[in-house]
Design a protein around this ligand. Structure first.
Ligand code: GDP
Ligand code: MG
Length: 365
């Protein structure tokens, strides 16, 4: 997958190969044949934690061969370490002596395991880690101690499955991998055919502010060739503070639509956008907690309370408004990144409309 130079990571494996930029004139017969296909470069954008990498992983499972055994083992070790990190965070909040059955040795071991960077460290394959998980995690007490911002899809899944994940032979399943939060540090891409004449190249970037120079670099190399961008927006992100500013009006949903405006009106002027309203499964819970969308987004009067349909409509209208004149080039889709079937279905629809709009712009339909 991909082709050419160096320094980027493709999800096909460990090899680092440069992502395919705008097709160039190639010399070999094989390359010439490949270039007959239309290549759609589709970048995934969004704030950190919106679900870009989850959608990307779901596509990898749906469209390619998914994760191999080695990757499942490596994920398993990362999960064991993340469980120890949660326990360590819990131990910082309460004195170890107030935990039944917690010895000084346990505390020392949890602290050490939480800080091990080397995933090949033998400890991750030893049965000792299972003993710790059994003593601390199965009691579920940890859920009462961690703050609500720490109780994410990822941490809840780790806690609920800690015993199994801490067994020496554990290999992560697709469900575990999709729920595991791992900040994206490198740009990744995957390539698959839509039909005999068109290929999709999906790009996953880190969403964190300090990583956004990779967005710019990609735009410099590809913007003329990008016909569609995908913006992933978590439906509960109107409750999420941007970068610890502690200001309800500076939430990640506002930030996401601000970015969308910048992307479609300044950088990718010739592109349409698909907004993936992600985490549908968490939306009702978020609205039950706080449904004052008017205060969070400032998009005019909101009277829909905790009704998901009304709230979604308000968010869509707010999003369209942010897109200015290009509002009709933006399609909104509900999505659930951890559900491979839903991701596949929504992306299929997006592919079809992309092909159609390109054919129509070329005067074929
Ligand atoms: N409950 C739920 N969690 C999701 C969904 N999509 C993503 N997540 C979780 O949200 C967290 C952050 O997702 P990630 O893809 O890493 O976000 P990124 O920073 O945009 O790449 C991960 O723990 C995912 O499992 C979803 O639809 N529902
Ligand atoms: Mg990511």
């Amino acid at each position: 997958m991909g082709g050419g130079g160096s320094k980027e990571k493709s999800s096909s494996g460990e090899e680092k190969i440069k992502s395919p930029a705008t097709p160039k004139v190639n010399k070999s017969r094989k390359q010439k044949k490949a270039n007959v296909k239309q290549q759609f470069q589709v970048p995934l954008f969004g704030c950190a934690g919106a679900g870009k990498s989850t959608v990307f992983k779901a596509l990898r499972i749906a469209k390619l061969s998914g994760f191999d055994e080695h990757e499942r083992i490596v994920y398993g070790k990362k999960m064991k370490r993340a469980i120890m990190q949660m326990l360590s965070s819990m131990l910082e909040k309460i004195p170890a002596e107030s935990l039944d059955g917690c010895t000084e040795q346990d505390v020392a071991q949890i602290t050490r395991l939480a800080s091990i960077e080397d995933l090949d460290a033998e400890e991750f394959d030893s049965g000792d880690i299972l003993g710790i998980a059994k003593r601390f995690v199965s009691g579920k007490m940890i859920k009462d101690i961690l703050s609500s911002s720490e109780l994410t899809t990822s941490s809840l899944h780790l806690m609920d499955n800690a015993e199994n994940m801490c067994t020496p032979s554990y290999k992560a399943t697709d469900a575990d991998i999709l729920r595991f939060r791992e900040p994206t540090r490198t740009k990744d891409f995957l390539v698959y055919d839509i039909n005999d004449t068109a290929t999709m190249i999906i790009h996953d970037f880190g969403g964190h502010r300090h990583l956004r120079d990779t967005w710019q670099k990609f735009a410099d190399e590809n913007k003329e060739n990008v016909k569609l961008i995908i913006m992933v927006v978590a439906l509960d992100s109107y409750l999420e503070d941007v970068g610890g500013m502690n200001d309800a009006t500076q939430n990640k949903m506002k930030e996401a639509f601000f970015l969308l405006n910048m992307l479609i009106n300044n950088i990718y002027k010739g592109a349409d956008a698909a907004v993936f309203l992600n985490k549908v499964d968490l939306f009702q819970g978020a609205l039950d907690k706080n449904c004052d969308l008017e205060a969070c987004l400032g998009g005019g009067e909101y009277t829909g309370g905790a009704n998901v349909t009304a709230a979604r409509e308000y968010i869509v209208n707010y999003g369209k408004h942010q897109c200015g004149e290009k509002y009709d080039c933006v399609q909104f889709h509900n999505i659930c990144g951890i559900d491979v079937e839903i991701v596949e279905k929504i992306v299929h629809g997006v592919e079809q409309s992309l092909v159609k709009s390109v054919l129509s712009s070329m005067g074929f339909i």
